[in-house]
Design a protein around this ligand. Structure first.
Ligand code: SF4
Ligand code: SF4
Length: 244
């Protein structure tokens, strides 16, 4: 299932910050909050006075989690324990955090405005999506089972000028616009058979939604929590790259 960890959706790969320009300052503070909280967790494994009596004569001046320590050094064990914690217990914590956010979504329901069916975007062309679906990508398979491309950007713009303008502002790379042929008026004409991407929408709390979407209320409620989670996911990826 597509989620905050995979960071793909109908607005695939659109970075958080470009979607929330007005929240950049908040995100900076949240990022610091996330980094501090991870550092505290990692510090739990910090060895006590590891250099006392050590005969290794290392040249490490700054003894932080990312430094290059010699084999057998207690700091190296700290790094290994931290990595194992981030890949195991901490990853589970983040998944629980994500589940809480998504469970909260169940308190809201779709108002059936049809806007997410009328205008969807992807960084992939229809041909690329077909190839991805052919290679077994479930999201692409679901997507092309209902969405077809607009003939032109002008046509897409007419479908929802406000949402089109917001999306065009956010996405820097080439973007393709789609609509669902099963939408009749504001109603889904094949609701019982709609694919999972429709049932699960919105899949990611950090994606831009059409202004009429009732899930904007959910987004507003969980935004800080979702941004904190997003920052933590990014930070632990950095830790894993450095320590792995
Ligand atoms: S299948 Fe139905 S719910 Fe899904 S995008 Fe089409 S009209 Fe919307
Ligand atoms: S945009 Fe939101 S409220 Fe409107 S149909 Fe889609 S999920 Fe429902």
């Amino acid at each position: 299932m597509e989620n905050i960890f995979s960071k793909t959706s109908k607005q695939e790969e659109t970075p958080l910050l470009s979607q929330y320009d007005d929240l950049k300052e908040n995100y900076y503070k949240i990022f610091i909050e996330a980094a501090e909280s991870i550092r505290k967790e990692i510090d739990e494994f910090h060895p006590e006075n590891p250099c006392t009596g050590c005969t290794k004569k290392c040249n490490v001046e700054k003894k932080d989690i990312f430094s290059d320590y010699p084999v057998g050094c207690a700091y190296k064990e700290w790094q290994a324990k931290s990595l194992s914690f981030l890949n195991g217990e901490y990853k589970q914590k983040l998944q629980n955090h994500y589940k809480l956010i998504m469970d909260k979504k169940n308190e809201y329901s779709c108002n059936k405005c049809g806007d997410c069916c009328r205008l969807a975007v992807s960084e992939h062309s229809y041909e690329q999506l077909k190839q991805k679906a052919f290679r077994g990508d479930k999201y692409s398979k679901d997507f092309i089972s209902v969405f077809v491309p607009y003939e032109s950007e002008e046509e897409a713009k007419k479908a929802n000028p406000e949402y089109f303008a917001q999306l065009a502002d956010l996405v820097e790379s080439k973007t393709y616009y789609y609509y669902c042929q099963k939408l009749k008026g504001n109603e889904c004409s094949d609701y019982e058979n709609r694919p999972d991407i429709c049932k699960d929408f919105p899949h990611n709390p950090l994606k831009l939604l059409p202004s009429k979407c009732s899930y904007n209320a959910w987004k507003n409620e969980i935004l800080h929590s979702a941004m904190l989670l997003n920052a933590k996911v990014d930070i632990i990826e950095f830790y894993k790259q450095k320590l792995g």
